[in-house]
Design a protein around this ligand. Structure first.
Ligand code: GLN
Length: 480
């Protein structure tokens, strides 16, 4: 096993004992990138030079003998939707291909303060719109398990990088499943925290009432380490919650004796691949054998979730993406234009990809006079019903277990020409964003050589239970 394949937890201990240096570890990651990138395409930008400088600085901190921060010397990849000062931040879009932010997102600032080494910016679906990473203007990230398959989206690059040893940890964002789905498809662990748990200052907005920053890693414990660094109140983000910040590592080992695990009935019915279903139910059995109480629950409005999500998300996106007009950010058309209106039009036509245009049009339509009540307002009402389902079910359980995706990873090109098929992949993930709940994807087995992800859903601000169950499962299954 190369250094770059080890867990962050183990590497942090090795670094602390001075058995390895951060420069050695960073070089191990960089040579893996060199070897794998021609196929995987997990990165839009690799920041080799600054990474090595940061690694040297981390090693100096170790040598100084002073107390070092928790992620000192650990290489981490950042989704290209998070602003990085002086480093191009494209959001997977041609319209931002030359955009260099003058500031760091709060989470980037925190990661740097924790001593981590930023290895580069990861590939993603354009503006985080997609489930397969095929909507990137920079070509799709491929699945390290089998490069004929998609890595999942939209944080496909982050998931692929962690799975391939091209990074030890990664940051992602999740509006409707974008951390959980690629984690499931690439066989790693990823958590979307509660809405408001992590600052979104410097996260390029997609759908502001749903967007949340989160983490991807090789195990629950690795994710907990990074979550400890990034969460907390931020006065730069008015939606960030002033909630108590627990130590997520501390409660990991408490076991699951007596924990009440809900299985939402509606998540295991028609539409789910039987191989996915069986793998997850086997994992649930293992939890039950180890002391968890499994309880049948109902989330009756589940069938409205995908429609409500795609109305709310596109409506908010149409408004958020109005800022890309060739004036304030990024690209401006090189062709002639008669007036500013024509300049906007040409810039947007050239700069945005097909799926982004589709969503802007859909979102504008559902917000327009005469249709607002029928679509947008209805979607908001359905959203309330979805949230209330969870509130009610959580009266009798501590967490829930569900699939992440109804299908196994699919091949590149398989669903891209049918947007509806692609949207349906999100059926089990979007409800959590509509309700603002934390959710984690962990690998719970394999079917036909492809990984299956299990989703653990928690009460608002109860990431601790989610992580605890995830960690317990990984221990029982002998995964980490
Ligand atoms: N696949 C969903 C979408 O396309 C979710 C993406 C995300 O979470 N950013 O909107």
């Amino acid at each position: 096993m190369d250094l770059c394949d080890k867990s962050a937890f183990e590497l942090a201990a090795m670094l602390r004992r001075r058995e390895i240096t951060s420069v050695e570890l960073t070089q191990s990651v960089l040579s893996r990138i060199e070897q794998k990138e021609p196929i995987i395409n997990a990165f839009i930008t690799v920041t080799e030079e600054t990474a090595l400088k940061q690694a040297e600085a981390a090693d100096r901190r170790f040598r100084s003998g002073k107390k070092v921060p928790s992620l000192n010397g650990i290489p981490i990849a950042i989704k290209d939707i998070l602003c990085t000062k002086g480093i191009t931040t494209t959001c997977g879009s041609a319209i931002l291909q030359n955009y260099v932010p003058p500031y760091n997102a709060t989470v980037v600032r925190k990661v740097l303060r924790s001593g981590a080494v930023i290895i580069g910016k990861t590939n993603m679906d354009e503006f985080a719109m997609g489930s397969s990473n095929e909507n990137s203007a920079f070509g799709p990230a491929r699945n390290p398990v089998n490069p004929q398959y998609v890595a999942g989206g939209s944080s496909g690059g982050s998931a692929a990088a962690v799975a391939a040893g091209e990074a030890v940890l990664a940051l992602g964002s999740d509006t409707g499943g974008s951390i959980r789905l690629p984690s499931a498809f690439c066989g790693i662990t990823g958590i979307k925290p509660t809405y408001g748990r992590v600052s979104r200052y410097g996260l390029v907005s997609y759908a502001s009432s749903l967007d949340q920053v989160g983490v991807l890693g090789r195990s629950t414990r690795d994710c907990a380490m990074l979550l400890n660094v990034i969460c907390g109140h931020d006065r730069m983000d008015s939606t960030s919650a002033d909630a108590k910040k627990p130590d997520f590592l501390r409660s990991l080992d408490r076991g699951i004796e007596g924990i009440r695990v809900g299985l939402p009935r509606e998540y295991f019915v028609e539409g789910i691949d039987s191989r996915v279903k069986e793998t997850i139910l086997a994992a649930v059995n293992l939890l039950a054998e180890n002391g968890a109480h499994v309880i049948d629950i109902s989330l009756p409005h589940t069938r409205y979730a995908v429609s409500a999500y795609y109305l709310v998300a596109t409506a908010e996106a149409s408004s958020n993406l109005a800022r890309y007009d060739g004036v304030k950010y990024g690209l401006r058309t090189k062709t002639d234009f008669a007036d500013s209106g024509q300049m906007y039009e040409k810039t947007r036509r050239e700069g945005f990809g097909k799926e982004v245009k589709r969503r802007i049009m859909l979102g504008t339509f559902v917000l327009s006079a005469g249709y607002y009540e029928a679509y947008y307002k209805k979607a908001q009402q359905a959203r309330t019903l979805v949230r209330e389902d969870f509130e009610k079910a959580f009266e009798s359980v501590d967490c829930m277990i569900a699939p992440v995706s109804p299908c196994l990873p699919f091949k590149l090109g398989e669903k891209i020409s049918d947007p509806l098929q692609m949207y349906l992949v999100d059926i089990y993930t979007v409800s959590l964003n509509l309700a603002g709940l934390p959710g984690m994807s962990i690998n719970c087995g394999w079917a036909d050589g492809l990984p299956v992800g299990m989703q653990i859903i928690g009460k608002p601000f109860d990431e601790q239970t989610v992580l605890r169950v995830g960690h317990a499962y990984e221990m029982m299954a002998g995964k980490k």
